[in-house]
Ligand binder design. Structure first.
Ligand code: UT7
Length: 329
């Protein structure tokens, strides 16, 4: 028997039906399709229109699809970890709401707030509970209803973000498949360039914070752009060097989908052939913690058992990280 690794054994995802195209945004802010496509690669984003639906509801859609695909019941789930910055409430956490809604009566869970790196932080954390033999079935969710914190009068941010949820199931594997290594990093000085200014304990919600539109994403795009290319390239390089891998040893790279120019900038820094880099940003925009599991869902049919895949993200915090794994099915 080999060492226990945490393997992804199923993936699923959900995006709302309602599509907001670049043309739609042209009616809302001073922008145009040509600018958005050439600067970001985004054509559409899916936005939840129903005000009664929150992040947990999108996650529940994804999780229920996953349980059906894997042929297991909710009571078999031991633990749920949710990467999100758009929890339904400041507390309790979204993981507990999801557990209650799907009937995962034997599970506990918690949220991880690492912005666009939320899924990478979450899967790394969850993997440790599998590797130690503590739990057998863990749901790792990346979900964000970004439309709930986006100012649709701000052209610098509203064109980028979309809503969505993705989920993977982690189970133990002792045949050499699953997560082989991870790298996580952070730098809190990045708060200056990407944050939601109010609604936390520093600036609780008040008439003034609402009037100042401080409950929305604030971003200095150019700074984040450069930091994202550097941060993602370095953590991918680190995980490859630690394991003596070259790009030839890697079948696919799945970067966080924030901007097509960031994605291919990272690929070019590392001499990664573009056909190994999986991209679906055109259709969803940046769904924050959901981008990587949605990519796994969309490209699942491309993967063969034993394929080596590197996942990587960079986001608010700043936070970043990479995960190297062998596909298990
Ligand atoms: O998920 C992790 C966190 N987020 C990211 O990784 C995002 C990182 N940043 C970016 O992707 C890019 O910086 C943006 C897409 C946000 C912006 O692209 P950019 O190429 O960095 O544009 P910029 O901010 O340098 O702006 C260039 C020009 C400006 O006009 P001037 O000053 O040159 O006259 C902007 O006012 O483009 C203008 N502009 C727009 N024009 C049309 C900014 N937004 C828009 C817009 N439509 N939506």
């Amino acid at each position: 028997m080999g060492q226990i690794k945490a393997a992804i054994t199923a993936v699923a995802g959900y995006v709302p039906d309602n599509i907001v195209s670049n043309k739609d945004l042209e009616q809302m802010v001073d922008t145009n399709d040509e600018w958005i496509v050439s600067r970001t690669g985004i054509k559409n984003r899916h936005i939840e229109k129903d005000p009664t639906k929150a992040t947990s509801d999108m996650a529940v859609e994804a999780v229920n699809e996953l349980l059906k695909k894997r042929g297991i019941g909710p009571e078999e789930i031991d633990m749920i970890v949710v990467g999100t910055v758009t929890a339904d409430y400041p507390f309790p956490d979204t993981a507990n709401l999801i557990a209650a809604k799907i009937g995962a009566t034997n599970a506990f869970g918690f949220d991880i707030n690492a912005a666009c790196s939320g899924f990478i932080y979450s899967i790394t954390t969850a993997a440790k509970f599998i590797e130690t033999g503590t739990y057998k079935k863990i749901l790792v969710v990346g979900a964000d209803k970004m439309s709930s914190i986006i100012n649709y009068e701000d052209r610098a941010t509203c064109i980028i973000f979309g809503d969505g949820a993705g989920v993977v199931l982690l189970e133990p594997d002792n045949q050499g498949f699953g997560i082989e290594d991870t790298v996580l990093g952070g730098d809190g000085s990045g708060v200056e360039f990407l944050r939601m200014k109010a609604g936390g304990s520093l600036h609780p919600a008040s008439a003034e914070t609402v009037a100042n539109k401080e409950h929305f994403v604030f971003q200095e795009g150019r700074v984040v752009f450069k930091a994202a290319i550097k941060g993602m390239s370095e953590c991918i390089k680190e995980v490859m060097e630690k394991n003596n891998l070259s790009t030839e040893d890697v079948d696919f790279m799945i970067p966080h989908q924030a901007n097509k120019r960031i994605i291919y900038g990272v690929a070019d820094q590392l001499d990664f052939p573009h056909d190994k880099v999986l991209v679906n940003i055109e259709e969803y925009g940046n769904t924050t913690a959901a981008t990587i599991p949605l990519c796994l869902r969309d490209f699942e049919n491309k993967f063969k058992k034993g394929d080596r895949i590197i996942l990587a993200a960079f986001g608010g915090g700043f936070t970043w990280g990479s995960v190297m794994l062998k596909w298990a099915y």
